[in-house]
Design a protein around this ligand. Structure first.
Ligand code: F6P
Length: 320
């Protein structure tokens, strides 16, 4: 029997986190369950920054990016003693179960809490789309749209100056943002960890394409692979074609969530509460082919995410 659910957002913020919190609050209250909002993820759990959330507290947040609860990356939560102190705060407030919204770091914290007897359900939210157990994580679609819109802007200036423009996007070690954002933005070449990348191949293709009449090109680069400015200099020095690099950075994480992310977040938040009511925990929720699924935390953490890139081979870096 669950009387009070705690909800938190943790790790990098993702557009749609608010919609997920809203859904958890409304689904729980509809079932007569009270909700506590935990500020700034595991940090706030440890510091006992926990507030009651009512239906009205989540009014008008479905449109907002970021997370109104706040978030943090709290590495001290790896310590069992720190987690014990945090659990005392949950017990003090009669919090029976938790819904934890975030990425793989959040799932690891949730698994540790689950092992210590706390009923937990994880909800995937990260723009990187790098967590196993779901086809899409909350925030990915909004970030893809942000990338596309910024690539459209860069296309204007790149085409005017007849330049090559390198656009670096986030993703940590997952190429989904680069691949899907790059396709949507009309990239001529995509550099992602899952794709073979040889600088010489890129330089040759760019040279050949410009020799054949191409006037400008866009390259979409996943972060943590090569330095964007260095690559731009090398490309310019090798090909003789002007090249600029733009790192999109945290701009990708902001803004009002897309309809897809709002709906996904609403479905997953509601599902998380329903699982807890049904006595299911120690799992993270997700969507696969439009169907809601639940996966054990341990398997979600240990299994490498099957990148969407395999399914997006419509573009094979053939610059024309
Ligand atoms: O949320 C994931 C992510 O956006 C990664 O793509 C990126 O490398 C990282 O977060 C940046 O994190 P921070 O907010 O700590 O700068």
């Amino acid at each position: 029997m669950i009387n009070r659910i705690g909800v938190l957002t943790s790790g990098g913020d993702a557009p749609g986190m608010n919609a997920a919190v809203r859904s958890v609050v409304r689904a729980a209250i509809n079932e007569g369950i009270s909700v506590s909002g935990i500020r700034d993820g595991f940090l706030g759990m440890h510091q006992d920054r926990i507030v009651d959330l009512d239906r009205a507290d989540v009014n008008d947040i479905i449109t907002r990016g970021g997370t109104f609860l706040g978030t943090a990356r709290f590495t001290a939560f790896k310590e069992e003693s720190v987690r014990r102190e945090a659990i005392e705060n949950l017990n003090k407030r009669n919090i029976d179960a938790l819904v934890l919204i975030g990425g793989d770091g959040t799932y690891t914290g949730a698994l540790r809490l689950h092992e210590m007897g706390i009923r937990c359900i994880g909800v995937p939210a990260t723009i990187d789309n790098d967590v196993h157990g779901t086809e899409f994580s909350i925030g990915f679609d909004t970030a893809v749209n942000n990338i596309m819109q910024n690539m459209d802007r860069l296309r204007d200036t790149s085409s005017s100056h007849h330049r090559v423009t390198i656009v670096e996007v986030m993703g940590r070690h997952c190429g989904d943002l680069a691949m899907v954002g790059g396709i949507a933005g009309g990239a001529d070449y995509i550099i992602a960890p899952e794709l073979e990348f040889k600088k010489e191949d890129l330089f040759t293709k760019i040279s050949q394409a410009f020799a054949a009449g191409k006037r400008h090109a866009l390259i979409c680069l996943c972060e943590n692979m090569v330095n964007a400015d260095t690559l731009a200099s090398e490309l310019e020095a090798t090909t003789g074609i002007e090249c600029r690099a733009t790192v999109l950075g945290h701009i990708q994480r902001g803004g009002s969530p897309t309809a897809y992310d709002r709906v996904l977040a609403s479905r997953l938040g509601d599902y998380a509460v329903r699982l807890l009511i049904d006595g299911v925990y120690g799992k993270c929720v997700g969507v696969e082919g439009g169907i809601l699924i639940a996966t054990d935390f341990a398997s979600a953490i240990e299994t490498p995410k099957l990148s969407r890139i395999r399914e997006y081979n419509c573009l094979s870096n053939k610059i024309s």
